[in-house]
Design a protein around this ligand. Structure first.
Ligand SMILES: *[C@@H]1O[C@H](CO)[C@@H](O)[C@H](O)[C@H]1NC(C)=O
Ligand SMILES: *[C@@H]1O[C@H](CO)[C@@H](O)[C@H](O)[C@H]1NC(C)=O
Ligand SMILES: *[C@@H]1O[C@H](CO)[C@@H](O)[C@H](O)[C@H]1NC(C)=O
Ligand SMILES: *[C@@H]1O[C@H](CO)[C@@H](O)[C@H](O)[C@H]1NC(C)=O
Ligand SMILES: *[C@@H]1O[C@H](CO)[C@@H](O)[C@H](O)[C@H]1NC(C)=O
Ligand SMILES: *[C@@H]1O[C@H](CO)[C@@H](O)[C@H](O)[C@H]1NC(C)=O
Ligand SMILES: *[C@@H]1O[C@H](CO)[C@@H](O)[C@H](O)[C@H]1NC(C)=O
Ligand SMILES: *[C@@H]1O[C@H](CO)[C@@H](O)[C@H](O)[C@H]1NC(C)=O
Ligand SMILES: *[C@@H]1O[C@H](CO)[C@@H](O)[C@H](O)[C@H]1NC(C)=O
Ligand SMILES: *[C@@H]1O[C@H](CO)[C@@H](O)[C@H](O)[C@H]1NC(C)=O
Length: 364
C-alpha cells in the first residue's frame, strides 16, 4: 500500500498499486491490480431513479418551518453531527434497540438534537414517489442544503449516492466538537476528519442562525477568570445575556446565536465576532483567542468583509464535510425507516417503538 497512488476521473477514484501499473502479461500491456475502485458521490445519482427528490425535500421543509421557525438550523446541525460521527451514514437517526445504542442520547445530542420527525416526514414523502431508492444519509445532505437556501443563503449542487450504515458509535458522538472546546481542540477535531482551518471558520458560520441554551455559554457571563466575565465579550451584549441567563437560573433557556439577524443565513456572524458579539467561546475564540491570529482570525475577517467569499467557502466546507467516510455502492443500505436498520428483528422493533423522542430543549 506504500506505493498506492490515486487517480480520479469525474466521479470515480480508484487506487492502484504503482508497481503493477504496467505488467506485461501474455504479451498484453495491461493496467492491473486495482485494489479498490469505489464509486464516489455524484450530482446526478438520482437523475433516473428519483429526479424530483430535491423538490420533495424542500416542500417538506417549507411545511415544517411554518410551525417550527428554527427547524432549518436544527437540520444543518443533524447533518454536521451525523458526518462527524463515523461519517455521513445517518447513524444519528437510529433509535435505541437491543443492538443499537442510539447516538441521540450522547452528551452533545441529548436534549438538543432535534428535527427527527421532520426527517421522518421527508423520508415518507420521498418513499411515496421513489420507494426504496433514496438513503437517509442523502436526505440529511439535501435537507442541509435546502435549509441554507430557504434561509436566504446560497444554494449548491449536492453530491449524492451515500448509503445508510447499520451501526452507531456512541463514543464518537460523545466526542463531537463542543462549545466547551478551545480552538486547539476544535482545530484538531476538524483536522481528524480532513477539514482545515478555513473549513472550521466557514462551517462555524452556520451559527448565523439557530439558538443555544444558556448552559453552553454561562461561564462567560459571571466567572470566566478570577471572578470576572469573559473580557472578549461585548459589555452591552454581556448585560443583555446576564438578564436572559441569571446565575442559578434555567440553563435550558434558548438564545439567538446571531444577535443581529437570528434566522437569516448571511455573514453577520462574522461581523458580530468583530464587535465581540459572539455567543459561544468557540465562536468568539475564532477571532479573539490568543492562538488564533495565525490560523482562524484571517478567515473571520475575510468572511466579515465579503459575504460571497463566505458563501463560497461555506459551500466548499459543506461538500467536504458531506464526503466524510461515506458508504457507497454495495457498502451500506437504503433504510426503509430512517430510525431502524433494515431487517431489524421483532424484539428490536418493539424496543424502538417504545423510544421516546430524543429532543425537548434544543441547542440550535
Ligand atoms: C416535484 O415535487 C414537487 C413537490 O412535491 C411537486 O410540486 C412537483 O410537481 C414535482 N414535479 C414533478 C415533475 O413531479
Ligand atoms: C439525557 O437527558 C435526560 C434528561 O432529559 C437524562 O435523564 C439522561 O440521563 C440523559 N442521558 C444521558 C446519556 O446523559
Ligand atoms: C468509534 O469512534 C472512535 C473515535 O471516536 C473510534 O476510535 C472507534 O474505533 C469507533 N468504533 C467503531 C466500532 O468504529
Ligand atoms: C485546550 O484544551 C486541551 C484539553 O482540555 C488542553 O490540554 C490544552 O492545554 C488547551 N489549550 C489551550 C491553548 O488552552
Ligand atoms: C482549506 O481547504 C480548501 C480546499 O478545500 C482551500 O481552498 C483552503 O485554502 C484551505 N485552507 C487552509 C487554511 O489550508
Ligand atoms: C470563580 O471560579 C473559581 C474557580 O474557577 C472559584 O475558585 C471561585 O470561587 C469562583 N468565584 C465565584 C464568585 O463564583
Ligand atoms: C427551562 O427553559 C426551557 C426552555 O425555555 C423550558 O422548556 C423549561 O420548561 C424550563 N424549565 C423550568 C424548570 O422552568
Ligand atoms: C459592542 O456591540 C455594539 C453593537 O452591538 C457595537 O456598536 C460596539 O462597537 C461593540 N463594542 C466593541 C468593543 O466591539
Ligand atoms: C492579533 O492581531 C491583532 C490585530 O492585528 C492584534 O491587535 C492582537 O494583539 C493580536 N493578538 C495576539 C495574541 O497576537
Ligand atoms: C437509549 O440508550 C441510552 C444509552 O444506552 C440511554 O441512556 C437512553 O436513556 C436510552 N433512551 C431511551 C429512550 O430508551
Amino acid at each position: 500500500m506504500a506505493a498506492a497512488a490515486a487517480v480520479s476521473s469525474s466521479f470515480f477514484t480508484c487506487r492502484f498499486n504503482a508497481l503493477s501499473v504496467l505488467l506485461v502479461v501474455l504479451g498484453f500491456v495491461t493496467i492491473l491490480h486495482f485494489n479498490k475502485c469505489e464509486a464516489q458521490l455524484s450530482p446526478t445519482f438520482y437523475d433516473s431513479t428519483c429526479p424530483n427528490v430535491s423538490a420533495i425535500v424542500r416542500e417538506q421543509l417549507v411545511l415544517a418551518q411554518s410551525s417550527d421557525p428554527r427547524i432549518f438550523a436544527s437540520l444543518i446541525r443533524l447533518f454536521f453531527h451525523d458526518c462527524f460521527t463515523d461519517g455521513c451514514e445517518a447513524s444519528l437517526l437510529l433509535d435505541n434497540t437491543t443492538e443499537i445504542k442510539s447516538e441521540k442520547f450522547a452528551r452533545p445530542n441529548n436534549n438538543s438534537a432535534r428535527g427527527f420527525e421532520v426527517i421522518d416526514a421527508v423520508k415518507t414523502a420521498v418513499e411515496s414517489s421513489c420507494p426504496g431508492v433514496v438513503s437517509c444519509a442523502d436526505i440529511l445532505a439535501i435537507a442541509a442544503e435546502a435549509s441554507v437556501y430557504l434561509s436566504e443563503g446560497p444554494s449548491w449542487t449536492v453530491l449524492l449516492g451515500r448509503k445508510d450504515g447499520r451501526t452507531t458509535n456512541f463514543t464518537a458522538a460523545n466526542n463531537l466538537p463542543s462549545p466547551f472546546d478551545n480552538v486547539t481542540v476544535l482545530r484538531q477535531k476538524f483536522t481528524d476528519v480532513g477539514l482545515n482551518d478555513t473549513d472550521l471558520v466557514a462551517l462555524s458560520g452556520a451559527h448565523t442562525f439557530g439558538r443555544a441554551q444558556c448552559f453552553t455559554f454561562i461561564r462567560r457571563l459571571y466567572n470566566f477568570s478570577d471572578g470576572n466575565p469573559d473580557p472578549s465579550l461585548n459589555t452591552t451584549y454581556l448585560a443583555e445575556l446576564q438578564q436572559r441567563c441569571p446565575q442559578g437560573g434555567n440553563g435550558s433557556v434558548l438564545n439567538n446565536l446571531d444577535l443581529d439577524t437570528p434566522d437569516v443565513f448571511d455573514n453577520k456572524y462574522y461581523t458580530n465576532l468583530q464587535n465581540l458579539n459572539g455567543l459561544l467561546t468557540t465562536d468568539q475564540d475564532l477571532l479573539s483567542a490568543a492562538d488564533t491570529n495565525a490560523s482562524t482570525a484571517p478567515d473571520v475577517n475575510r468572511f466579515a468583509a465579503d459575504q460571497n467569499v463566505f458563501f463560497e467557502s461555506f459551500i466548499q466546507g459543506m461538500i467536504k464535510m458531506g464526503n466524510i467516510a461515506v458508504l457507497t455502492g454495495s457498502n451500506g443500505e437504503v433504510r426503509g425507516n430512517c430510525r431502524v436498520v433494515n431487517g431489524a428483528s421483532g424484539s428490536q422493533l418493539a424496543i424502538q417503538l417504545r423510544n421516546s423522542e430524543a429532543s425537548s430543549a434544543e441547542e440550535i
